[in-house]
Design a protein. Structure first.
Length: 743
């Protein structure tokens, strides 16, 4: 046993406990409270790492965790939980305050306060802040601020201690950020506020805390929270904006284990408190959360307003604009393209749909030229970074993500806040938004709030692709309402007809089997019987066969897209298999273990959420923002400084370890994650998946992600099952009816 371990002792849960004092804070991240500190024990100094909220120099801690070996920096102690004791002697109090642990107190001010109050300093700061104003340089207002900051630090400490038996440190920090110093008191009174307001805490966890305080199963708070939980769970998991009241009642009763009468009584109170809204549609009564109801209602109202308020352009002018574009670029627009251009100029809201190769981009280019010739400012936007990048490349104009266009920032509780809204409208006269099938109700509502009255909206998308990950079915609802001008391009142009990717994608969309026999075009099928054979063949294609046939650089052009995360040919297994094949463990490559993943230098990774604060730089400029769907390569891992250097295309990013929950391996991605992106070569496993994923629109979406080549690997009967299965997941919304009523 080492001398380090001799100073600690083993706890009942198998953790080592060390006691000592924080000598120096080497690193601290305020967003997630991750810290690295020099820690002085009775005989030795060591380094402690982990989630250490509000830890300051001079503090005495009992830390519980395990010894780990950092390959670069040696032995460290990884903290899983800790207990604080404020310093008691004058020297330690002075050192603690001088370290900046309490905002508003620096070195000089700390010395003055401790000189005046000695060992009573903490009592004075917490309970008698007005006494601090006796010290020159500290006003009454500043004294109150110091006291509040000290109480906040104390509140965090008590919050961490209370919640440590229920949650990890990261969730405890989230709770404190949401509710502040009253976190513990509010939770004891009503534990269900946790699942109502804190991401990552489900109803079962709140129920577990409630059981410790003998809260009855039919308590008002529990039943109301359970109803809202069922609504929110169906929103996040199934894309429902609302639920039929009878289904909601049944699901809530089953979750809560109470009679329907208790559910009905809770409904009434939720409606009175304006947390629940009711609407009748097609003979059924639907229940919404207030936020979902208001968002859907706003979408319908604002789209109708935009369509009615925009100024009308004379038909003769429209025809002149179109003829000018044809003459300038020596082209002739197809009849439906001319119709689309004309309708976008005639109407305040216009929807343009169509599959690959039907000329949507040509229409967008024409509209950009015409609107700009009229001195109208145009904003190009898309829901993801990849989709925005593709839109920029196809139009040679800057396109932004919708979040970037709306100048999103993070507010309290790390929730998205848009700086552009009804009080700070966008300047543009025309908003052209692409990949609209990916836009959910919440994002469409946020976008429309920022569009100024009288502006035009051109909504572009492929309604046959998968719907948005978030709640709603906005594009399909808008089209189905028949309220707005809509053009569906359906002619495949001659150049596109030469591509089997294009013709097969249209065949799939129409319910016909794609051509799987071709050996000399851009669409191939490789028969494999078992899931294990499929996975092995994909790894061989990725590492050996495709690079051998098309050049070594091909490996960077390949993307495996799977229907599911699960199974031998799902993303979870394929990413492990492909990492082991393409980037195996090597002594020269550093690694970072995060939960069940091993990130390794050289790995291909994907950002899974929009992050507008990450700074990047390349050879010519710098900027901020890495977006959902962006794929990069890990160049370097620095365990001491707790970051990775990742290259996203040509953008180099220092990626803090605190952000790793937003990163995953990207040798293989799901179809849902690939939406809005395109890749040169796409490999798709055709294997046995859950029936809900064996659908036509999922296969169609996967195939249309490819630019140059598609390879299906697996069984032909699975391809046929997907083509024949035109089942589209039902999503409960009332947007179609709201829009239809505006006609």
């Amino acid at each position: 046993m080492s001398e380090f371990e001799e100073q600690g002792f083993m706890t009942e849960d198998g953790l080592v406990c060390l006691e000592g004092t924080v000598e120096r804070v080497i690193y601290y991240n305020e967003e997630n409270a991750y810290g690295i500190c020099e820690f002085a024990m009775a005989k030795e100094m060591t380094t402690i790492v982990g989630t250490l909220p509000y830890v300051g120099e001079g503090e005495h801690l009992s830390v519980f965790g395990r010894w780990v070996h950092n390959p670069k920096y040696g032995r460290q102690f990884r903290v899983e939980r800790f207990e604080k004791q404020l310093p008691a002697d004058v020297d330690s109090i002075l050192r603690y305050l001088a370290s900046g642990a309490v905002k508003g107190i620096g070195v000089k001010r700390a010395a003055k306060i401790v000189d005046e109050f000695g060992e009573d300093t903490f009592d004075v700061i917490e309970n008698h802040p007005e006494w601090l104003a006796q010290i020159p340089g500290i006003s009454r207002k500043k004294a109150e601020e110091i006291s509040e900051n000290f109480k906040a630090e104390s509140g965090m400490r008590s919050t961490m201690l209370f919640f440590r038996e229920y949650f990890g440190s990261a969730l405890s920090v989230k709770i404190y950020k949401t509710f502040g110093p009253d976190s513990v008191a509010m939770t004891k009174e009503n534990p269900y506020i946790l699942c109502d307001h804190v991401d990552g805490i489900d109803f079962a966890k709140a129920d577990n805390i409630a059981s410790k305080y003998n809260i009855s199963r039919d308590s008002e708070n529990r039943v109301m929270s359970g109803i809202l939980y069922v609504l929110n769970k169906n929103s996040h998991g199934n894309g429902h904006v609302c639920l039929p009241v009878d289904e909601l009642t049944q699901a809530s009763a089953q979750l809560l284990g109470v009679e329907n009468d208790a559910i009905v009584n809770a409904y009434k109170k939720l409606i009175i408190r304006e947390k629940l809204r009711i609407m009748k549609s097609d003979g059924r009564t639907y229940a919404f959360t207030k936020e979902a109801y208001d968002a859907e209602q706003y979408i319908a109202k604002k789209l109708d307003s935009l369509d009615r308020l925009c100024f009308r352009i004379d038909y003769s002018d429209i025809e002149r604009f179109i003829l000018r574009e044809e003459s300038k670029f020596s082209i002739t627009y197809a009849p439906l393209q001319r119709k689309a251009i004309s309708m976008a100029l005639e109407n305040g809201v216009m929807v343009l749909t169509g599959g690959p190769g039907t000329g949507k981009t040509t229409v967008v280019r024409a509209l950009l030229n015409i609107f700009e010739s009229m001195d109208m400012r145009v904003a190009l936007a898309a829901p993801t970074g990849r989709a925005a990048k593709r839109l920029s490349e196809s139009t040679s104009k800057e396109a932004k993500t919708i979040h970037r266009l709306l100048e999103m920032e993070y507010g309290e509780g790390d929730r998205a806040v848009f700086m552009r809204d009804e009080h700070n409208l966008l300047d543009e006269n025309v908003i052209i938004v692409d990949e609209a099938s990916m836009i959910d109700n919440a994002l469409m509502c946020a976008l429309l709030k920022a569009v100024k009255p009288g502006a035009r909206m051109v909504i572009i998308g492929d309604s046959d692709q998968l719907p948005s990950v978030g709640a709603g079915n906005v594009l399909r609802d808008i089209i189905a309402s028949q309220r707005f001008a809509t053009v569906t391009l359906n002619t495949i142009f001659r150049q596109a007809q030469e591509s089997l990717i294009v013709t097969n994608s249209h065949a799939i969309n129409e319910g016909r089997m794609p051509d799987l026999t071709s050996k000399n075009k851009d669409f191939f099928f490789l028969h494999r019987s078992s899931d294990a054979e499929i996975a092995h063949t994909i790894a061989d294609l990725y590492k050996n066969r495709l690079p051998a046939s098309y050049g070594a650089e091909t490996v960077n052009k390949i993307q495996v897209i799977t229907p599911s995360r699960r199974g031998e040919a799902g993303t979870d297994n394929l990413n492990v298999l492909l990492q082991g094949s393409l980037n195996p463990k090597d002594k020269s490559k550093r690694e970072k273990v995060f939960r069940d993943k091993v990130f390794r230098e050289g790995d291909r990774v994907m950002q899974t959420k929009n992050n507008y604060d990450i700074e990047w730089e390349n050879a010519s400029r710098s900027g901020v923002g890495i977006f959902n769907g962006d794929i990069g390569v890990i160049c370097e891992i620095d365990q001491t400084e707790q970051y990775m250097e990742i290259l996203f295309d040509d953008r180099r990013v220092l990626y803090d370890f605190s952000l790793l929950e937003d990163l995953e391996h990207a040798y293989a991605v799901t179809v849902h994650k690939s939406q809005g992106s395109e890749y040169p070569i796409v490999i798709i496993p055709m294997y046995s998946c859950p029936p809900m994923l064996m659908t036509r629109n999922l296969l169609y979406t996967a195939v249309t992600r490819a630019q140059e080549m598609v390879i299906l690997v697996g069984r032909e009967d699975y391809v046929q099952k997907m083509v024949e299965n035109d089942r589209k997941a039902q999503r409960y919304t009332c947007l179609q009816q709201r829009l239809a009523e505006k006609k």
